[in-house]
Design a binder for this molecule. Sequence first.
Ligand SMILES: [Zn+2]
Length: 142
Amino acid sequence: MSDVRSPVLPTPQPVVNPDTEKFWKAAAEGTFLGKRCDDCGEAIWYPRPICPFCHSMNTRWEAFTGRGVVYSYSVVHRAAGEWKGVTPYVLAYVELEEGPRVMTNIVDCDVEQVRIGDAVEVVFEDTGNGSALPRFRPASTT
Ligand SMILES: [Zn+2]
């Protein structure tokens, strides 16, 4: 769905465990996976084996569209460590088309122009170790 590219922001190594291993593997190939509950039908993020809505274990992997809207955001002007050199940057919650909200960064944007409700799409940034972090950028209008 999406290419994996070089990062524009620091890319901490993801914590991979048996519940999220498949997600990170797909992310490295440019696919945004989530889960869906077969009992209540809700989309689930982050990936976990038990549905947080109805506690069913009847959940399965599903390729999400990678599209969503900015639900809330803040522009970070002061940061520490490896983030110090990349300010200002945008920390946001993106509400996915499927429903769940993801804490992420908005990249490839004028940080002062980001607004709640903006359409965004996923982009994957290489961590340099065979994994990739999903981030979001303003959606292309084409
Ligand atoms: Zn459920």
